[in-house]
Design a protein around this ligand. Structure first.
Ligand code: ATP
Ligand code: MG
Length: 383
């Protein structure tokens, strides 16, 4: 019978957190597999999926491979622990050319042959069937694994499929990710989810200056990252009143600096409403004028909870590479306008001084503007 073996990262299993980690991981695996029929079982330090419809095997593997906390998978044949059966299964997994070796693990000490003897027997059978193959014990191109278990069954498998690793979502607190329509913030969301953070998103739009397509693009991005975050809700906030107020009352070169401070205040208020302990952004040091140390200082100074910037030390090229890999890139580069592109100053300050920012901002009724923005929230649950 074909089965799928799922391994998780041992490193997270130390101490009392084991059960907490495992139950989150199992729940997340079950979430991504909710459309399939299968049996799930835990067996020491790994999980086994059985009795699924084999035409979906690739889909199941692909889904589980993207669950944070999963280290690797193997598609295996599960056979009764008898040499003849093991040999037949091993032949099905064996390469036909190049070099190989057989690795046997014998948990069942009642099995009549030692693991070395099993490897030699099965290796011999494989060589008989494929005379072009060569055994290489030290640097083989292919490995056939035989795992003789205590319950009288044996797993036989070849390739190990690498999974994403990371920590299960739901084990590292909750954050509000500021999701623009750009390349960076979806990657930032992915990176925090990979560390186990549960995420909710906030998006600022400036209707009617920004279009419904620009808003939809963000919801589309949210849908893609939901594949990794497993749940996703977006609070869409109207930013028009705030931008207009800044535009009319503050020197234009401070537009972006002050906008950022409003975004941060609102994100933090949303965090508090939903029991989130952090705000996440896609900022990368020095990438644009609003991401210099001075600009980040002025944005950060309105925050009272941690602001995580997982891309802070990344080059744009590296961010693009991740965004392609996680599937957000093609959507991110669609050419719809962003709220930051309206009222855009010709020469934004690149090194705002905090005292100057505070002075410039002091003409605004910050609390009322923030409250109004919060009242404008339209909550979109991504399904
Ligand atoms: P991105 O590619 O994520 O848009 P960027 O390089 O364009 O980033 P900025 O536009 O300076 O950088 O934005 C920095 C961060 O601020 C973004 O990564 C995002 O977290 C947040 N942000 C910017 N605009 C918005 C918005 N309209 N709604 C929500 N968050 C935003
Ligand atoms: Mg942007």
């Amino acid at each position: 019978m074909k089965v799928i073996i799922i391994r998780y990262s041992e490193i997270h299993l130390k101490g009392n957190n084991r059960e907490f980690f495992e139950s989150a991981l199992v729940a997340n695996i079950k979430t991504v597999l909710k459309e399939f029929r299968y049996d799930f079982s835990r067996s020491n330090a790994r999980y086994v999926i059985r009795n699924f419809d084999e035409i979906y095997i690739e889909d199941i593997v692909d889904a589980v491979k993207n669950v944070f906390g999963v280290h690797s998978l193997s598609i295996a044949e599960e056979v009764p622990s008898e040499l003849k059966e093991i040999s037949a299964a091993a032949l099905a997994f064996s390469p036909t050319s190049g070099t190989f070796k057989v690795i046997t693990n014998r948990a069942d000490k009642r099995f009549p042959l030692s693991s070395m003897q099993v490897s030699a027997e099965i290796g011999g059978d494989i060589l008989d069937a494929h005379p072009n193959l060569k055994v290489d014990l030290f640097n083989p191109e292919h490995i056939v694994y035989i795992d003789i278990r205590e319950n009288g069954k044996t797993f036989v498998f070849g390739e190990t499929i690498k999974a994403v690793n990371g920590m299960p979502v739901g084990t590292a607190g909750k954050g509000i990710v500021m999701l623009s329509g750009g390349i960076d913030s979806p990657v930032a969301a992915y990176m925090m989810a990979k560390r186990g953070m549960t995420l909710r998103a906030v998006h600022f739009h400036s209707f009617p200056y920004t279009s419904m397509q620009a808003r939809q693009k963000v919801l589309d991005l949210a849908k893609i990252i939901k594949k990794y975050t497993l749940r996703m809700t977006v609070d869409v906030v109207s930013f028009t009143e705030i931008q207009t107020a800044i535009h009319e009352n503050c020197p234009e070169e401070y537009m972006i600096t002050i906008m950022r401070r409003f975004m941060m205040r609102i994100a933090e208020r949303i965090a508090k409403l939903h029991g989130a302990g952090a705000v996440v952004t896609g900022e990368s040091l020095g990438q644009v004028a609003s991401q210099t140390l001075e600009s980040i200082t002025s944005t950060n100074s309105v925050a009272t909870i941690p602001v995580f910037r997982p891309l802070i030390g990344f080059d744009k090229d590296d961010i693009i590479e991740i965004s392609r890999r996680i599937g957000t890139f093609d959507t991110s580069i669609l050419p719809y306008e962003d709220c930051c592109t309206i009222f855009l100053p010709k020469r934004p300050v690149t090194k705002p001084r905090l005292e100057q920012v505070l002075r410039v901002e002091s003409v605004l009724d910050v609390d009322t503007l923030v409250d109004n923005a919060l009242k404008s929230i339209e909550t979109v649950v991504i399904d």
